[in-house]
Design a protein around this ligand. Structure first.
Ligand code: IYR
Length: 223
C-alpha cells in the first residue's frame, strides 16, 4: 500500500450516558426540521451563513476532491433575476413538461410555479457541483463520486442551518443552467440546488405530511 502522510486523530470519546443523550438530542432537533416555503425578509447574520457553509465543507468527498462551490446571494437584483428565470422554467414544468404522475406526487406539498421566496428570503445559497477539477495549467482533473459528495455536504449544510435556528427550502428548478449564467460560474460547475435560507414568515404553515417511522427505514441483522 502506498504510504500516506498522517497526523494524530482528534477524536472525542463520550461516556455511554453522554453518547445516548447526544444522539437522542440530535434526533429530536432534526425531527423538528421542516422544509419551509414562506419566508420572512428579516435579515440574518452573514457570519451564521459562513459558519454553516464551513461546516458543510467538512463533508467527506471522493478522493478528498471537495467538488463543491457555494454561492451566497443576498443582492436583491440577482435574487430578482434568479426568481424570474426559475419561474419561467417552473411554468414550463407545471404547465407542460411534468407528467401527471409527477404532478400527483407533488400535490400533497401544494407547490406551483410561483416562487416569491426567491426574492423574500435574505439568502439564496446556490450549490454547485464541480463535475471535474481544473489544474493550474488548465488541464482537467477527474472527480469521483461527485453527486454523493455534494449531496452529503448539502445535507450537513441543511442540518447546520436548522441547528443554528434558520429555515431552509431545497429548491431545484429544472433545468437550472440559468444559474451558471446569472452567477458567472465556470464550465466545470453544474448547479446542484438552491437552498433558500432565512426565518420563516410569522404565519408560515407546512404540509401535514408524515415521515416514515424507524421500522420502515431500517432493517436489522442482529448479533
Ligand atoms: N422543481 C419544482 C417541482 C418540484 C419537484 C419536486 I420532486 C419537489 O419535491 C418539489 C417541487 C418546484 O420547485 O416547484
Amino acid at each position: 500500500m502506498p504510504e500516506a502522510n498522517t497526523i494524530p486523530l482528534d477524536f472525542r470519546r463520550y461516556s455511554l450516558e453522554e453518547m445516548r443523550q447526544r444522539a437522542a438530542d440530535f434526533r429530536a432537533e432534526l425531527q423538528r426540521r421542516r422544509t419551509v416555503r414562506q419566508f420572512s425578509d428579516e435579515a440574518v447574520p452573514g457570519a451564521v451563513i459562513e459558519d454553516c457553509i464551513a461546516a458543510a465543507g467538512s463533508a467527506p468527498s471522493g478522493a478528498n476532491q471537495q467538488p463543491w462551490h457555494f454561492v451566497v446571494v443576498s443582492d436583491p437584483e440577482i435574487k430578482r433575476r434568479i426568481r424570474e428565470a426559475a419561474e419561467a422554467e417552473e411554468r414550463e414544468f407545471y404547465e407542460r413538461r411534468a407528467p401527471d404522475e409527477w404532478l400527483q406526487a407533488l400535490a400533497p406539498l401544494g407547490t406551483d410555479a410561483s416562487k416569491p421566496f426567491l426574492e423574500t428570503a435574505p439568502y439564496l445559497i446556490v450549490i454547485f457541483a464541480q463535475t471535474y477539477g481544473v489544474s493550474e495549467d488548465g488541464s482537467r482533473i477527474k472527480h469521483y463520486y461527485v453527486s454523493e459528495s455534494v449531496g452529503i455536504a448539502t445535507g450537513i449544510l441543511i442540518a447546520a442551518l436548522h441547528y443554528a435556528g434558520l429555515a431552509t427550502l431545497t429548491h431545484t428548478p429544472s433545468p437550472m443552467s440559468f444559474l451558471s449564467d446569472i452567477l458567472g460560474r465556470p464550465a466545470n460547475e453544474r448547479p446542484y440546488l438552491i437552498l433558500i435560507t432565512g426565518y420563516p414568515a410569522e404565519d408560515a404553515t407546512v404540509p401535514a405530511i408524515k415521515r416514515k417511522n424507524l421500522g420502515e427505514i431500517t432493517t436489522l441483522f442482529q448479533a
